[in-house]
Design a protein around this ligand. Sequence first.
Ligand SMILES: Cc1cc2nc3c(=O)[nH]c(=O)nc-3n(C[C@H](O)[C@H](O)[C@H](O)COP(=O)(O)OP(=O)(O)OC[C@H]3O[C@@H](n4cnc5c(N)ncnc54)[C@H](O)[C@@H]3O)c2cc1C
Length: 504
Amino acid sequence: MSDASTPALLGQRPALQTLSTNSAPWDAIVIGGGITGAGILLECARRGLKVLLVEQKDYSWGTSSRSSKMVHGGLRYIAQGEVALTRHALQERERLLTELPDLVVRMPYIFPIRQGRFPGRLPMTIVLKLYDALAGIRDHRWMSRGELLQAYPDLYAEGLRGAMRYTDALTDDCRLVMRVLQEAVLEGAKARNYTEVMGIQPSATGSTLTLRDTDTGAVIELQAKQVFNATGSWADRLSGAPAVVRPQRGTHLFVSKLRLPMRDCLTIKHPTDGRPVFIFPWKGQTCIGTTDLDHKGGLNQEPHCTQAEIDYLLTVVNSEMPSIRLTRQDILSTMAGVRPIISSGKGNDPSKERRDHLVWQAHGVTSVSGGKLTTFRQIALDALKTASVIGKTRHRHALMSRKKRCFNHTVISPHGLNSPVEGMAQGAALKDQIEWILRNEMVEHLDDLMLRRLRAGVLLADAGESLLNEIEPLCQLHLGWDSARWKVECLRYRHVIAQSYRLG
Ligand SMILES: Cc1cc2nc3c(=O)[nH]c(=O)nc-3n(C[C@H](O)[C@H](O)[C@H](O)COP(=O)(O)OP(=O)(O)OC[C@H]3O[C@@H](n4cnc5c(N)ncnc54)[C@H](O)[C@@H]3O)c2cc1C
């Protein structure tokens, strides 16, 4: 597919010195290239601000490539009484389904109901009526026991009464971040990955930021009138205020769809703690997740899961579908992410902490953390209001208006929710996809391409090793990598995969 008609997208990484604006300050600098930073970048650019986003690693390297990929209101949040959070999220879900139909797709969710277990059919029906009403749709129904067992014959049949079927949506979180960044760039914003903010000092014009190119070590100082600290789990480091973030790790397992075939997202209550765990089809394989634990590890290393987390997730499958007998050997890959949770300070059970976001200000820095992938637009608008970039009325109007689109530009790219699992079968399509990414998505390292842009590292049994021969000449052509660079990149990629995405 051609992208000749598409105006300048992210493209290649600009030289560090080009970020200097000859003593004129940036209107705003956004720190953090996850979904929150991307959303703020877009909303600033749309209002005509001269705005730059910097990310210390790769775009979406933090939590925003490691979520459960659900664009949803969150049924459990409504059950916890968080109606406003759920309503906003559902409105955003509907908006994204309409505006990005290639990237955000409606997905049936199935919640089996068992004799004597809470919740039963009646409470689930009441909750789903409200859930659908908040979204402005009616898309739930009862599935009989026979219909359920026909669709999922491996389900443990004893005590099974049937299931509630409803719909939510799935996406590829990394691709969603890239799409928001591309939209922002088309609105005039700039962005640079592998650029860390080392410090922020108040200055006459607002703030002076010290930035470091994490690949070369080069340092530069930039002036900005506004600073948005959208660094998620890292937010306390730059906020200049007392700590509020409680980092919590969630892990997913990927298994072959041949071993655990799924057409819908099955929601199972874990037999030991009653937490809902999802088993769902994702880009040609099956994903199981998630866990929810305090994360004690360093934030700058790739998070990885523990044996206890793997056992926890295998248990949920094997207790609900005992004949499947899923084992460690069936696991293609694991993916752990660290959720930025705004701490209640009460030391609650990690699953019980609230999931909404917080915006706060100190020393001229507007910080934002927490929330959801789904609500990135609302989070961005709240941050802009707190920083007085928009007033209360414009904020309310932008939030409520169903007419205003989030995505006004067309980005002609050959992917959406395409997967290398299917792409392997259509070699030419996958090559087109890779070339488009290399030209337009600021790939700096092989793991950017393999783990985030393509997802080959998590979806393919060999982590995409069999594709590397084909990819090397493309990186040479589009990124100018010689064979020495290629070898370094392959070593780096294999190290990341072995350390954090594969069982030892
Ligand atoms: C297991 C799990 C499952 C989830 N499932 C869902 C779901 O299904 N649906 C949903 O809506 N939400 C979900 N979430 C929540 C959602 O993923 C997060 O709320 C969201 O991704 C947070 O985005 P963010 O941009 O705030 O943070 P991040 O994506 O972490 O981005 C912050 C970025 O800041 C960068 N950074 C840090 N310090 C610096 C610095 N000094 N200089 C430059 N850059 C810096 C980091 O490298 C990082 O990339 C889930 C979260 C987890 C962990």
